[in-house]
Design a protein around this ligand. Structure first.
Ligand code: CA2
Length: 145
């Protein structure tokens, strides 16, 4: 059976590498997906990648993972700090969730310090740049049965 991880990237992450390289680095979203995909392949997993600027699209993608994915890696972008709906969707599918942030959100503005997602995440990685996605895939593979 195919073992699969859902990789979710939220709003504005399509701009990675294109704008604000000082904050988010010069790697692109394509690089993020390639890194996660290659890391997962080495551990026997496929990656299904979705990026959207629309909350409902992200929620639908999370719901769709319920039946055919074993875990979720998510950078919810700014929805981290605002979206109870996204958190409810993640909690609802009952898969292990890795919350990843490129930047160290705790060293930034106060409004980035709170995450609606963290309490339901298996673990959180912040400030490791795109390597955080690689760490997340490794850790998920280690904790999955
Ligand atoms: O550090 C992260 O990964 C964040 O999830 C990124 C979000 C931010 O709202 C969170 O607080 C922390 C923003 C993603 C926007 O990405 C851009 C990339 C390039 C240019 C502009 C935005």
């Amino acid at each position: 059976m195919t073992r699969r991880i859902l990789l979710v990237n939220g709003p504005n992450l399509n701009l990675l590498g294109v704008r604000e390289p000082g904050v988010y680095g010069s790697d692109t979203l394509e690089d993020v997906v390639a890194l996660a995909t290659e890391t997962a392949a080495g551990l026997g997993f496929e990656v299904r990648a979705v990026q959207s600027n629309h909350e409902g699209v992200l929620i639908d993608a999370i719901h769709s993972a319920r039946t055919d994915c074993e875990a979720i890696v998510i950078n919810p972008g700014a929805f981290t700090h605002t979206s109870i709906a996204l958190r409810d969707a993640l909690a609802g599918v009952a898969l292990p969730v890795a919350e990843v942030h490129l930047s160290n959100v705790h060293a930034r503005e106060e409004f980035r310090h709170h995450s609606y997602v963290s309490p339901i995440a298996a673990f959180v990685i912040a400030g490791a740049g795109i390597q955080g996605y690689e760490f997340a895939v490794h850790r998920l593979a280690a904790i999955l049965p």
